[in-house]
Every structure is written in C-alpha cells, then in structure tokens.
Design a protein around this ligand. Sequence first.
Ligand code: MG
Length: 371
Amino acid sequence: MKITKVEAIYLRLPVVTTDCDGTQDDLVVLVHTDTGLIGIGEVDSAPTVAKAVIEAPMSHAIANGLANVLIGENPLDISRLWDKMYKASIYYGRFGPAIHAISGIDLALWDIAGKHLKQPVYQLLGGQQHSRLRAYASILFGNTPEETLAIAKQWASKGFTAVKFGWGPFGMDAKLDEKLAEAARTGLGPGRDFMIDVGCRWNWKTAVLREQMLRQFNPFWIEEPLLADDYEGYGKLSERSPTRIAAGEGESNPPFFERLMREGGVDIVQPDVARCGGLTAAMRIADIAQGLGRGVCNHAYKTGISVAASIHYMAAISNGVVLEYCVEEGPLRQETTIEKFPVVNGYVDVPQTPGLGVTLNMATIEKYRQK
Ligand code: MG
C-alpha cells in the first residue's frame, strides 16, 4: 500500500467570533492510498497555517512540505513517517504549526492502519484498558453568574458527572471569579466534579491567591492558570497548590510535555491528539506521565474526528483521568462526522469499528469548505 495524496480541507463557519471556541473552523486531513483506503484526521491549529505546512513546496531537505515526504510511502509505517515528517520540517518546525499538521496526518495514518487491519485504533495502540469512559462536559463560562448557573444546571440535567467551565469573563477579576465559580458549583450540586479552565490569564502569584479562594468550591482541577511556556511559574504554583493543576493543551511534541511535568510539576497533562503530534506523540506523552506518576486527560475542542481519536487514546492508556467532551452546539462540532459518540449517564462507549470509526458528513464538508 502506498500514499498517493494528502488532502487538507479548510472548513469555516460564515461568522467566526473572538470567543475561545475552536469549533468555528477546522482543518480536515485525508490521506489517500493506492488501495482506495482513505485515512481521516484533523488538525487543531490556525487551519490555513497548518494547511500551508502540508502543501508547502520543498525549500530544501529539512524545510519541506509534509505531503511531499509522504507520497509513495507505506502508510502503515506510522512511527517512521512521524520521524520523517519531523525531520523534513525541523528547520521551521519542532513545535507549533508543523507538529499540529503532523498530528492530523498521524491520525489519518492510524485510521488507515485500523481499516487495513480491520481493528479499532485502540487495539493497535496496545489494546483496551477501558470499554467506556467517564466524560466531562466542556463548555465556556457564561457572561454572568446567572448564565453560568443555567449552563451548569443544563449539563448536570443531561447526566454528566463532571463539567468544566472555561474562558469567557473568568480570570479578569477576583470578585467576579468567585461569583462565577459559586454559580457553577451551585448549579452542579456537591456530587459532581467541577473543573475550572482559566485560559492562561494569571501570573503564578495571582494563581496562588485565586487557588486559595477557589478551594471553597472544591474544584477537581484548575486548568491553564498560567501562560503555556511559564514552566517556572507552574513549578512554584504546583508546589503551593493542594488543588490539582492541569495544563498542556497548547503544547506540541513530547519533550515539552515532559518539561511541563518535571519543571512545571503539573498533576494532569492534556495532550490534544489533533495538535500534540497525533496519537503517536500522545502515547509517548502518556508513557512519560506514567513514569512520573501523573495523570492524562485529552484535550479536544474540534469535531467528531478528534473526539473519536481521543476516545481511542483514553481507552488505551492506564493513567487517563476523565475524557474531555466538547458540548458546543455549532455545526462543525456536531455534524462533521456521521457518528455522534453520545454521552449516556455520564459515560461514552468506545467505538468498535475498524480505524477511528468515523465517516465524514459530506454535506457539512461541502457547506463549510473554503476554496
Ligand atoms: Mg483548556
């Protein structure tokens, strides 16, 4: 089997706002083969930047577009092709958009492998640790405490045992933060897990003070309180915080996750399989976390493609904490794949069909595809 084409499809809603909602656009990656098998992946990045990484003409041996280095290769040699893509982009890559683009291709290669071998992807990642996964509803804070209370009640009523609120107005003002967190906790009740995503808005000293204030609401974790590259600040905060600190959605490439755990001391790392280097890198990250006694929670805020890939990932690792499940209602999140992977009574079943187990909804692709 040989790779014949790598296709990067840019999707975008007609209106894109400054809300930190990653479901407003997408980059779907299709890897075509000479057998007719097509692998499906997606990238969580600035889509046109990642698309350029895939489509770039060769500048020289270590500044090349990813598609160029894949044509004619056996798609089953996933680990070797990861290294080949990494080396071909190392002059401009190593992290950021180059690794994001590698991620989407890597997901598509795993999908091809699963379809070719007639196995669900989790089986190829080492086998099933879990047949179903506890999922948390991942949503943005409301603009007011009243809106946040209503959002909390909404997702609690749908059976979720854990809900994460993030971004929006949270993090700007201590008094408002207290009111927003109080509203979320009140809406969820005492029996559900409550996660807080700060969206990188504090320095470490502010984060220490806010964590002390937020303890009264018993957060399961505080996520991304600091800028992603403030490893030293994470280290100081983690030493002082009895509340778990989670971070890593903005990281790409396993060595940076290792730094976040060793220097930053974070309790839970959050690789996004559509950004961190794909499932290949995510498995390496889980192994590093396992060795350091840390937990893993996927980050995923795109379409059903990365939801599916995240489910296979979290099903295959032993140190997964809880599955992030984006509940945004936009059409790219809900209608890019035929399969919906519903959460029932707080849990999602692991797909058993070959590959990632996703089928593209071509009506959605054509409707939002940008030429
Ligand atoms: Mg986050």
